[in-house]
Design a protein around this ligand. Structure first.
Ligand SMILES: Nc1ncnc2c1ncn2[C@@H]1O[C@H](COP(=O)(O)OP(=O)(O)O)[C@@H](O)[C@H]1O
Ligand code: SF4
Ligand SMILES: [Mg+2]
Length: 353
């Protein structure tokens, strides 16, 4: 997947994000790598707190005040977004890259009519007359399936249903014909029928507009319907990265397997996985080796102190787990990797010494 970088319009490389506290920097994202080709949909999945939203906010330059990109690159059409200032980023946001959120009211202003909001967003980035922007707003509202858009533009957000508000937000996000749409759980708050309609709409628009999509979702049903490739995140790291068919046919990381086995019982908040006990570790108390070791049914001593590398296990499929390494046999047989690790492990009382 990395070898196609030159054709990608988004290339995230070794992204690290930390939060500044009074005493230190808490590391949250620990070397995220992925790329999205033109016209492709990448889904990011993982439980709450894995770092999905912060990954997308980093791309948009919208990290909270105390959050910083501490290393890495975010290449978008050749530009490194991580190096741009807020002014440069704001000219890209809502223009070349748009974002939609779970709750439409975070993007919609409650005191302005929806027509005004869309036309202003169009005119902020493009030199068009008011009349033309208004016509485009109506056209966008029609495109997202809002009936009688000429009348709707005079309404306020609170006068619309949740599903209609979500459509308005999508219309606004797409009104500038972005090259990249980032959607953070855009359908979570909606009922199943509306959710299906919105996803179908996003898919249709993607094809019509040749746009790339980064979609964050905890719903693997959604992933199977819309993704071309999937990034599975756990505790601020990527643990599996694959094309969608390969991921569902042959999920490899124990965490991904747990997510897939949990599908029928999956709760909206995904606070707990029925088949994987425990929860995502606190960023202040990350396990030293594999971050999943505290919950993994296959964990061996080495897993607790040696970080597994991200490795290509088959074509277009990468996984971060010792089980897919040539060294797994040794790990299983001896519980350790080498003498140096043996000392570390002994000092941690993980093995007998
Ligand atoms: N403003 C913040 N300050 C400190 N930590 C934060 C902040 N926002 C998020 N985090 C931490 O970053 C981690 C990832 O958060 P997030 O990206 O929102 O997860 P997800 O979207 O996968 O649920 C969590 O552990 C969360 O506690
Ligand atoms: S490296 Fe070890 S603990 Fe981590 S997922 Fe693989 S088997 Fe489980
Ligand atoms: Mg989130």
């Amino acid at each position: 997947m990395n070898e196609v970088s030159e054709k990608s319009n988004l290339d995230v490389k070794n992204l690290h994000v930390g939060f500044q506290t009074k005493k230190s920097v808490i590391k949250i994202l620990n070397g995220i790598d992925f790329s999205v080709k033109k016209g492709e949909t990448l889904c990011i999945v993982g439980e709450s707190g894995c770092g999905k939203s912060l990954t997308s906010l980093s791309i948009m330059g919208l990290l909270p005040k105390t959050g910083n990109i501490t290393a890495g690159e975010i290449l978008f059409d050749g530009k490194d977004l991580a190096k741009l200032n807020q002014k440069q980023l704001s000219s890209i946001r809502g223009n070349e890259i748009s974002m939609i959120f779970q709750e439409p009211m975070t993007s919609l202003n409650p005191v302005h009519r929806i027509g005004k909001q869309i036309t202003e967003s169009i005119r902020l980035h493009q030199k068009v007359r008011k009349k033309e922007a208004e016509e485009r707003a109506i056209e966008m509202l029609r495109l997202v399936g809002i009936p009688s858009p000429e009348k709707r533009i005079h309404q306020y957000p609170h006068e619309l249903s949740g599903g209609m508000r979500q459509r308005v937000m999508i219309a606004m996000a797409l009104s500038c014909k972005p090259k990249l749409l980032i959607a953070d759980e855009p359908t979570t708050a909606l009922d199943v029928t509306i959710q299906a309609q919105i996803l179908e709409l996003i898919n249709k628009l993607k094809q019509e507009m040749e746009m790339s999509i980064v979609m964050i979702t905890h719903d693997l049903g959604v992933v199977s319907e819309i993704a071309d490739s999937v990034l599975v995140m756990y505790a601020g790291e990527v643990v599996e990265y694959s094309d969608v068919k390969s991921l569902f046919r042959n999920p490899q990381h124990p965490y991904t397997k747990g997510l897939i086995e949990s599908i029928p019982k999956m709760d909206v908040e995904m606070a707990e996985l029925p088949v994987i006990k425990g929860s995502v570790p606190d960023p202040m108390e990350m396990p030293t080796g594999c971050r999943f070791s505290t919950r993994c049914p296959y964990a061996q001593a080495a897993c607790f102190y040696e970080v597994p590398p991200m490795e290509e296990s088959e074509d277009s499929h990468q996984v971060r787990c010792w089980m897919y390494s040539e060294r797994w046999e040794t790990i299983e047989r001896e519980g350790i990797l080498d003498d140096c690790s043996r000392e570390t492990a002994a000092s941690r009382e993980l093995i007998g010494g």
